[in-house]
Design a protein around this ligand. Structure first.
Ligand SMILES: Nc1ncnc2c1ncn2[C@@H]1O[C@H](COP(=O)(O)OP(=O)(O)OP(=O)(O)O)[C@@H](O)[C@H]1O
Ligand SMILES: [Mg+2]
Length: 377
């Protein structure tokens, strides 16, 4: 079912402040479609868990309303909301076998035993845990326990599945495996899902849309592509990955994108611009490290921007000197001193093919305007 949050605000008592109030969630508005997988992403303390608990009914907001389907559930207790929550700690019952754990919710509902057995079998097989049916939780690995917890939540076919950092107790490898698994299961059962994490890669993998939060408010809602490649502000650009920002002033908006000028009155082009980017206003031109190529700095590396409507293939982002180079096998990561506020980061793929740069080398950093994006400064 779809979920709608309207003007949600939640304040807690904060003994450390004079006012005594801490605003955990502020004027929060969000609509989640039926079958959609939406992730709340943001730094520690930004209000993710609180928002999730408000949807589940474990927390009452000071203001605002919650709809699940067409129904206003704001006054309903958790057990009347038809949501199911998967936590970081698996919270599976230690004295029950795997199949008893998975079937527990159905038993509470008073379903016939034979029916329960069939449904438990099906979900365990979908999760790849059918051979573990008779084991007890202490005989399972962390990943297996998390699968049991997930199976137990899904078997009830809730209208909405809520996840609070379900993978944070697992090691890196298992986490990667499980997030693909969670996405697959969610797609199979098409359950509307709201997922909380502070891990940007995890959010990118599982989500239809990502809600980036900071201090209880929404900074941007968008697809993983929009959040990563077309952020609306610096907070989102920084939070979702590493980024290079060049301060510019917007000169022209065209059908091909935008032209901006930097502090040296140099013209740069970008294919896209966020809301609020207007001619004459200050902006940042943004490029991800993988969109910058590190090239030899020669005279041939002119700026190459004309008034022509065709976008040039590659443009100069900055000139600089290699400060640091980190070889990672598949890639090399460079830090370049280009006399900007912070070092420019560039990731070079297939270094065996394109060659290596060393500290002290003067280089030109080039980009394809298609990868460049502007947002207000
Ligand atoms: N019961 C409570 N009483 C007082 N303050 C609370 C309570 N629960 C949460 N808070 C505060 O509300 C803010 C938001 O907390 P919340 O748990 O929602 O953050 P979060 O985004 O889930 O963080 P994390 O990533 O660390 O889990 C924090 O400042 C937290 O200290
Ligand atoms: Mg939390």
């Amino acid at each position: 079912m779809n979920v709608k949050l309207v003007n949600i605000t939640k304040e807690f008592i904060d003994p450390e402040r004079e006012s005594g109030k801490l605003v955990a969630v502020k004027d929060f508005n969000l609509e989640i479609e039926e079958g959609e997988f939406v992730t709340l992403l943001g730094p520690s303390g930004c209000g993710k868990t609180t928002t999730l608990r408000i949807i589940a009914g474990f927390e009452t907001p000071n203001a605002g309303e919650i709809f699940i389907g067409a129904k206003n559930v704001s006054a309903d207790p958790p057990n009347k909301r038809d949501t199911s929550m998967v936590f970081q700690s698996y919270a599976i019952f230690p004295h029950m076998s795997v199949e008893q754990n998975v079937g527990f919710g159905l038993e509470l509902k008073g379903k016939p035993k034979a029916e329960i057995a069939v449904e438990v079998r099906n979900i365990m097989s979908a999760m790849g845990i059918e051979e573990l049916a008779r084991r007890r939780p202490d005989q399972l690995s962390g990943g297996q326990q998390q699968r049991v917890a997930l199976a137990r939540a899904i078997v009830n076919r809730p209208s909405v599945l809520l996840f609070d950092e379900p993978l944070s107790n697992l090691d890196a490898k298992l986490r990667e495996q499980m997030r693909v698994e969670i996405r697959r299961i969610q797609q199979t059962y098409k359950i509307t899902s709201i997922y909380v994490t502070h891990d940007q890669a995890e959010a990118m993998t599982v989500s239809d849309r990502i809600v980036v939060m900071n201090r209880g408010t929404i900074m941007q809602v968008g697809t993983p592509f929009e959040i990563y490649s077309r952020p609306e502000n610096q907070f989102v650009a920084d939070f979702i990955g590493r980024v290079n920002l060049l301060p510019v002033t917007v000169e022209k908006l065209t059908e091909h994108g935008c032209v901006a000028v930097d502090a040296q009155a140099r013209k740069l082009e970008a294919a896209s611009a966020a809301r609020g980017v207007e001619v004459g206003r200050k902006a940042f031109l943004m490029l991800r490290p993988e969109s910058l190529s590190v090239e030899k700095d020669t005279e041939a590396n002119g700026f190459g921007v004309g008034e022509s409507s065709d976008m040039p293939q590659r443009m100069l982002f900055a000139r600089g000197v290699i400060e640091k180079s980190v070889y990672l096998g598949a890639t090399v990561e460079y830090e370049i001193d280009a006399s900007l506020d912070r070092p420019v980061l560039a990731v070079s793929h297939d270094p065996v093919d394109v060659g290596f740069w060393h500290p002290g080398d003067p280089v030109a950093l080039r980009y394809n305007p298609r990868a460049a994006h502007l947002f207000p400064r």
